[in-house]
Design a protein around this ligand. Sequence first.
Ligand SMILES: [Zn+2]
Length: 957
Amino acid sequence: MKKLLLASSISFALLAAGCSQPVTETGTTQNAVAGEVIKSPNDQREYRVVTLDNNIEIMLVSDPNTDKSAAALSVSVGLLQDPEAQQGLAHYLEHMLFLGTEKYPDTNEYSEFMSNNGGSQNASTWLDVTNYMFKINNNAYDEALDRFSDFFKAPKLYPEYADKERNAVNAEWSMRREMDFFGQFKLGRLLLGEHPSNRFLIGNLDSLSDKENSELHKETVDFYNRFYSANIMKVAMISNRSLKEMETLARKHFASIEDDGIDEPEVTAQINFDDVGKKRIHYVPNEDVKQLKLEFIINDNQEQFAVKPNRYVSYLLGSEMPGTPAQQLKDAGLIASLNASAQPTFYGNYGVLAIDVELTNAGMQQREEIVALIMQYIDKVRAEGVDESYFKEIKTSLNNRFRFLEKSDEFSYVSSLAETMQNFPAEYAISAPYEYREFDPEAIRSVLSQLTPERLRVWYISQDEPHDSELDFYEGKYKVVDIPQEEIASWDNEPKMSINLPKVNTLLPESFAIKQNDAFDKPKVVIEEEGIQVWQYPSQLYSDQPRGVFYIQINNDAPIKSIKADVLTALWRDLYNMNVSALDTEANIAGMNLNLSDGTGLSLTVSGFTDKQPQLLERAIDNLSFNVEEQAFKQAVDRYIRELQNKGQQFPIYQSFDAYGQLIREGGFNQTDLIETAQSLTPADLSNFIDTLMGNNAIRVFAFGNYDKANLEESVDRIQASLPEDRKVTDFKVAQFWKPETGKSIVLRRDLDVADVAIVDAHIHPQPGFATLAAGTVLQSHFRTVAFDTLRTEEQLAYAVGSFAPNLDNYAGFGLYIQTPVKNVADMQERFDSFKEEYWEDLQEMTPEEFNQIKQSTLITLNEQPKNLMEEVSPFLADLSLQRFEFDSKEQLIDAVENVSLEDAKTFYQQTMLNPDAARISVQLRGTKFAEQPYAELPNQKIISDLAEFHQEMEKQ
Ligand SMILES: [Zn+2]
């Protein structure tokens, strides 16, 4: 699911920035049935759904254990309702609602209140929904709701901010216009003829402007008055209060939102498939990719969520079991991956069932054959694939997940509930994705009957595609042609490869038994033999869960010392992932995950239900060594190089943090050197490297969750068996951090292929230790809010701007970051520097009471109980990776935060941001728009031109 991946990969900038794009699929509202909310047997929280007199529907979730309260409100309106003359208006209005209300007229009040109370806030706009959400410390919930609900009663919509905020929207567009997802999504909609989903989603200075007969501010107010009616709003609330108290709060804050009794905005426009279907779209993206997509436009069948025909069909089409097209095409070296997915309301009142294929160079030469094979497989599924055994497999998988459903962060939980309530009756808001009531051949056949050439668009996506048109608002060129009649006719032929339907999954868990262990007070070594050290720690919070995380590090420092080893490790990981992708899919269906990552050697993680983990682990380990085939190796090199080059198309803000991470720690190499090295390597190099690394290493295992000693011994035997007889045990090594030194600034400069500028600017405190880290941690939330209010809301320099308090192993830092479409590097740096002085004035005015409030909020956040196994294990894995075997970094930080005073925070700020001798780290990325303009000069700067050389010479901690 491209959309999901995308949203999670950009969430960092979004949290900083205040408006995101949404994550879930959306659709039309149905009449909610009053009744019990269906919840997981694993869910101890209490639920209640109430509909107030103004017809707003509210879901209350009471969780006595939660440390934070949250709420979300969704409105069933979005791009599909944008006026023709003001495209992007629904999104722009979403921004404007944050800027002051009748009761709280100050534009900064909301964000300051949130940050002083451990809160966070965001919103998102999509085709048919706009969703607003926040999270806050429990004790500030009532006050937060008072501010939040006033958005929907009496927003100021100040004309003077109307113009300012257009720039924020424009900066957001500028950030996304080079992203291929948005370009393709726009083109997909544009080619639907007169259908209203063809409009511009984000908006920019051109589309949102005063025009003849259309004034932006007036249209914004009209849009609000017309669509923001209580009867098309859904609210989800979670807190530690009782349901009764929550219902009182809900009434207090949401009952007075006006109900205009409007009709649910609905799109009924019909797509004319004679014009839209049987098309081939040649698309030239910004990234160097080789993709093929079969996109079938299907009818919206969201109301069939309980029998899931889309899920059933995608399950069969995307299967990688032996004999399926995914497996056969991969085996023939034509594709790297094949995924099938469906979204029933992708284009508003129409959905999409898509098959996404990553091609190899060989596959690029045989695209017609690949399309034919997939079409022939669809015929086969139609003829033989409607079978109850697959239904049972999917049902078991969904049931297991639902039975042991884990909690998620309150912020995302309410957001997803408020949006889901727009699509499904409230009682199914949690269970809808897992409901699978019966085998419904009729519904499945109906979807299959729509997978026809008439509803098909075949996308050819690569940099070599022919093109005759350019997109408006996005970087992307394209050409649309009819699929030749002969080609369509060839889909009726017999397949050229033998294909068959998938066989059954063998990894579905059969037992959910809980393993018995003695009490642990922290992780401890339970096995230490022949260079394998096993740490064990059962879950302290979720010991009733039949789940676990099994993490194996095969440590060798060659990849951080030698560029050749670094590239070979990456190629190894890539080929491994190719080899195990069928296993990975099977494991996912069974509620497990498999992951291999590279760094100082390799790390293999197996997680999820523990019952079948030994089988999964065995197959995962057996695959670590393999014969390196010439063709597969070349394809891996090709992917490796393209992936490196494509990094240049990412958001500058991501590229800047990527560069920052490479700069401060051993193991980074220059991109051109990496590419050259990759081109020089042979399959024999990789074979030898695999032998060398498996034969020379130190192994560390961290087993967290539902394991006992016997499991661990068995696993160690399995690992031993995969190692060569003459294996040598080496010292365990980790990548070292740069040691900051007084009076030294390190600067990394790069020219970008994309338009905007990005800067990361950090000052490091001269004293290592938790006391300075604690001061930075507390001050951060306040500093970030002031930076956002000043640099974004008031000065409109960026969409993504904020601050961070990094630690370089033992040293604490403090800094600012930004992606800006309006200033060059030198000018932006100058503004950062003057802002640092301005903030000092603010800080001097802070009272001890204000500081104490911020500190208490920080403590609540730090002490928050982990919501699931992954959250619980992550601080332990972080300590493990830094060789902190006391596993108490988090407690030490909390203790230090408890002792921080306002004076300490001021001193910390002076010794970092205002200290001319503080060590500094500066990343300066210069966008194409500013290519002729200067970089920033820093005092005592050392410009790093060769990363590897710098890492060799640098003083390490
Ligand atoms: Zn936005």
